[in-house]
Unconditional design. Structure first.
Length: 359
């Protein structure tokens, strides 16, 4: 859809929103672990632990042999994000550059509570390096209780992306080659039949633990992301919002319940109503005008579109539909009755615009 503001100013409006779901995102390119709380339960007993940032763009966790495995357990080390708590969750991290000579367990912690020696409770998605298996575990007081596992065709030193979903008492672990993040190498569904406190909500993080009583551990992580957008049934619909909209997880994100040309998944992400054809994410009005700014006349354009109180919005521009830049000068206004708008100063060049939706 192309709009011409005079002969010199075509603007193409890209109506597909850019969804920014991650509530926590760290690629470690800043060379530090700011925002992370370190988990070193046996350090007070003399364990040697190291946190470093190889290449200033990854996160390496190392722990020497446990000084007293019979008393405090095997070597282990981790870190978690104490600044955010999740009930439903989707957590992903790349496992890179681990030491293939070590027997160790590496993975993700979710719904973490009471972190500390002999007190940590959590759910875990774990790579067992010597067995070539991925495990789902329920951890109680730092001990793994019920577990479920799946074998995966892994190489000892290969890089893998681990994705962990949780919704109520249902869980999904997916394993990917980071170069092919669309096709899982293996997946495992699990259920906690004794679901309840203290596993209803908690923080999230990463860990590595020795697979032997006397061993050490050494693993490197990259590209950590965590959000509340779990998708246990892999239908393109965030579980919380699918349950709220439909009352179950039996839907298909590609369906179009109100026949307005926008899929249920698209509408739920955008914050519009998948049952009302009049509620869809689109530009509803374009208004041109001009203002006097700093004693000069400036041409303006106002774009209006449906908004949700549970979403926030930004306006982005591009010259080539590939590289997008947020327009900090775009002024957002809530017009009421579910309508919002951005006002921009028109430039004397062609540009593409898109509305970015953040949930």
């Amino acid at each position: 859809m192309k709009f011409h503001y005079g002969s010199r100013l075509p603007i193409l409006l890209v109506l597909s929103p850019c969804f920014l779901n991650a509530q926590i995102k760290d690629d470690f390119n800043d060379g530090n672990d700011q925002g992370w709380s370190r988990l070193e339960p046996i350090k007070p007993f003399g364990a040697v632990t190291t946190f470093s940032f190889p290449g200033t763009n990854t996160y390496r966790l190392q722990a020497g042999p446990s000084p007293a495995p019979a008393t405090v357990g095997q070597a282990r080390i981790g870190a978690h994000r104490a600044d955010a708590s999740f009930s439903s969750f989707r957590i992903s991290v790349d496992l890179v550059n681990r030491d293939p000579s070590l027997e160790q367990d590496i993975g993700i912690l979710a719904r973490v509570t009471s972190p500390g020696l002999g007190t940590l409770n959590a759910y875990a998605a774990t790579l067992d390096t010597d067995e070539g298996q991925f495990y789902f575990s329920k951890i109680t007081n730092e001990g793994a209780g019920s577990t479920q596992s799946i074998e995966a065709p892994l190489t000892p030193s290969g890089d893998y992306r681990l994705v962990f979903h949780g919704f109520q008492n249902q869980f999904l672990i997916e394993v990917f080659d980071p170069q092919d993040p669309a096709t899982p190498i293996a997946s495992l569904k699990a259920t906690d039949e004794e679901f309840g406190a203290p596993y209803l909500e908690g923080t999230c993080g990463i860990f590595v633990s020795s697979g032997t009583a006397e061993g050490s551990c050494d693993a490197t992580f990259d590209d950590f992301e965590a959000s509340s957008a779990s998708d246990i049934d892999q239908d393109g619909l965030a579980d919380d919002e699918e349950m709220r909209a439909f009352g179950n997880l039996d839907q298909n994100g590609e369906d179009d319940s109100d026949h307005d040309g926008q899929s249920n998944a698209f509408e739920i992400l955008a914050g519009t109503d998948p049952f009302q054809s009049a509620s869809s994410f689109k530009i509803t009005h374009i208004t041109h005008g001009h203002e006097i700014i700093d004693e000069r006349s400036v041409n303006t354009t106002t774009l209006s579109f449906p908004v949700s109180s549970e979403r926030s919005y930004s306006l982005q521009s591009s010259d080539n539909l590939q590289d997008w830049t947020e327009l900090p000068s775009a002024v957002f206004s809530d017009q009421g009755d579910g309508v919002g708008s951005f006002k921009i100063q028109r430039e004397s060049k062609s540009q593409y615009l898109r509305v970015s939706v953040v949930r």
